[in-house]
Design a protein around this ligand. Structure first.
Ligand SMILES: NC(=O)c1ccc[n+]([C@@H]2O[C@H](COP(=O)([O-])OP(=O)(O)OC[C@H]3O[C@@H](n4cnc5c(N)ncnc54)[C@H](O)[C@@H]3O)[C@@H](O)[C@H]2O)c1
Length: 321
């Protein structure tokens, strides 16, 4: 057998394997345009982008399952969405724990019967250069940002496939998942991995002509509480306290100011819903960031060494501010 044949066999899956095939013409007509009465599950739903998406789901008339590790803000979000008239279930979930995500799926199905939109969105940021980020930083960030999305995909996809209805999975990565050395090493590693995981999920489902669609969300800066992600770090993964140097303090202050001046989550939610309606895979709510993504892609294709994107990013932030 030639290596080419072996590769094709390795990559090729029978399109009827799951018994949920639709012809392509049918799929096009089946696009998800109406959300009213359908069910959304959102991780990291108590704050920032997840909260913005939850509000949008509620305003579309969806039943909404909010999953988050932070109990007080989860209860507040649940109460506020209920007061606004939505059918809501809050489930305290640590996405880095497989058993929590399995419980989340069970509770969502018990409450509302099906899941049509799944947002694997919870995320945290920590660490710095690869060798300086602590073991705890690596474990925490990979646990939430990568294992969290793997758990969501592994637990929910078979359940969603079994429904044989139109569904859409949106995984939150970041512009840092598309550029060279974006942000801290653990963060960049997980966000690149989420892009790869999402592409793999998209292509595998496409080969089966599945009704389940996939997108990967890659925002630039969004006005959220990500700058204060440490609030959710588990006690066993905390770092030894380090002295706050003037440089570190200046960096933190500049980051928080840039976040404060950035895009509101409601705007990200608008772009996400538009993409779901169009079955668009890559969601880049900040078109101006294409410049920095282009920089990496051009270097890669020319086999030139990576260039630090910081200067281009700083220019984008100052233009926006
Ligand atoms: N804010 C930005 O500029 C930006 C840019 C690109 C990508 N993102 C991504 O967007 C996603 C949402 O972050 P955000 O900016 O809205 O920040 P945020 O801190 O406002 O919201 C993140 C939410 O995730 C929750 N969370 C943290 N750890 C969790 C865990 N183990 N299990 C379940 N929930 C957990 C938090 O409690 C919080 O409610 C993240 O994946 C982040 O990496 C953010």
């Amino acid at each position: 057998m030639s290596s080419g044949t072996a590769l094709v066999q390795f990559c090729d899956f029978p399109s009827t394997e799951l018994g949920h095939s639709r012809d392509l013409q049918g799929l096009r007509e089946d696009r998800m345009k109406e959300f009213k009465g359908k069910v959304a599950v959102i991780t990291g739903a108590a704050s920032g982008i997840g909260r913005g998406i939850a509000e949008r789901c509620a305003s579309e008339g969806m039943k909404v399952v909010l999953a988050d590790i932070e109990e007080a803000s989860l209860a507040k979000a649940e109460m506020e969405l209920k007061t606004a008239g939505a059918r809501v279930l809050g489930v305290r979930t640590d996405v880095s724990k497989r058993s929590d995500v399995e419980l989340l799926a069970r509770q969502a199905l018990d409450a509302f019967g099906q899941v049509h939109l799944l947002f694997n969105n919870a995320g945290v940021a920590a660490g710095g250069a690869p060798w300086e980020a602590t073991w705890n930083d690596w474990e925490w960030v990979i646990g939430v940002n990568l294992w969290g999305v793997i758990h969501g995909v592994k637990v929910f996809t078979p359940l969603i496939l079994a429904q044989n209805t139109q569904c859409h999975i949106v995984n939150t990565s970041s512009a840092s998942g598309l550029i060279a050395g974006g942000g801290s090493a653990p963060y960049a590693v997980t966000k690149h991995a989420v892009v790869a995981l999402s592409e793999s999920l998209y292509l595998s489902l496409q080969q089966r002509n599945s009704l389940v669609k996939v997108s990967v969300l890659c925002p630039g800066l969004v006005r959220t509480n990500i700058g204060n992600a440490e609030r959710n770090r588990p006690a066993e993964l905390r770092n030894e306290p380090v002295a706050m140097t003037p440089e570190r303090q200046a960096g933190l202050t500049a980051f928080k100011a840039a976040i404060e001046a950035s895009m509101p989550p409601s705007q990200v939610a608008d772009v996400v819903f538009d993409a779901i309606r169009k079955e668009q895979f890559y969601i880049l709510p900040h078109p101006e960031w294409t410049e920095v993504i282009q920089l990496r892609t051009d270097k890669l294709l020319r086999m030139e060494n990576p260039q630090n994107p910081a200067a281009t990013v700083a220019k984008l932030i100052s233009l926006r501010g």
